[in-house]
Design a binder for this molecule. Structure first.
Ligand code: FAD
Ligand code: NAD
Length: 157
């Protein structure tokens, strides 16, 4: 099967956008990711998928810890920065939570310890056990058909 038709099909699944962060030798590293899901409530587990040539893979293997930062609609530039889509040097703002760097002003910062991992083709799946969470109000950045977008939360009245 052609890669393009696979990507086009996967792109029909609208997602939010996250930045995965971890720290190595006191230095933060971030990577944009939309392969993220909630897995279990007891224990509280989430799943991310990191491609084999991403710098993030070795960094999470070494740190044993990562944060999932769910981006707001105002953070498309943050997503582009951590996807390598902005070429000029930037100094992104990080906060600290449970001894790890997290993305400032994200809708959620979810700090996890690696609970398990599984190599799956050209990606590695990491299960993370959630250690700490910070939440903020706002609307999400979305990714659909290879394009960023926004949604407005439905009014319930
Ligand atoms: P790099 O490519 O070196 O880093 C990414 C970028 O972040 C670079 O521009 C780097 O300069 C910058 N950066 C990182 N840390 C810092 C810092 N501390 N200060 C300043 N800049 C910094 N790939 C996956 O494996 N899984 C996914 O689920 C996934 N989902 C994606 C979803 C979307 C919407 C997009 C656009 C891309 C997705 N990617 C995904 C691709 C992935 O984001 C890129 O391939 C990314 O460049 C890989 O990052 P890296 O760890 O190899 O590091
Ligand atoms: P795209 O058309 O490549 O992405 C559409 C969908 O295809 C994504 O949402 C994802 O579900 C899937 N996909 C894309 N690349 C994949 C990969 N290497 N492995 C597994 N699934 C993949 O959209 P785009 O705007 O061209 O993407 C921008 C860049 O980000 C591309 O280089 C793309 O490969 C990368 N990306 C990677 C992943 C991933 O590795 N899981 C996910 C999304 C985007």
């Amino acid at each position: 099967m052609d890669d393009r038709i696979f990507r086009d099909a996967m792109g029909k699944f609208a997602t939010g956008v996250t930045v995965i962060t971890t720290d190595i030798d006191g230095e933060p590293h971030g990577m944009t990711a939309n392969a993220f899901m909630s897995v279990s409530l007891n224990p509280k587990l989430v799943l991310i998928s990191i491609k084999e040539n991403a710098k993030m893979l070795d960094k999470i293997n070494r740190s044993g810890k990562f944060a999932v930062n769910i981006l707001s609609e105002d953070q498309q530039e943050v997503s582009m920065l951590f996807a390598g889509q902005i070429k000029e040097k930037r100094e992104p703002e990080f906060d600290r939570l449970s001894e790890i760097s997290v993305v400032k002003d994200a809708l959620a910062n979810i700090v996890c310890n690696v609970y398990g991992k599984q190599v799956a083709g050209d990606h590695t799946l990491f299960l993370g056990e959630v250690e700490d969470i910070v939440l903020r109000e706002g609307n999400p950045l979305t990714f659909f058909a290879g394009k960023y977008g926004q949604i407005t939360a439905p009014q319930l009245t």
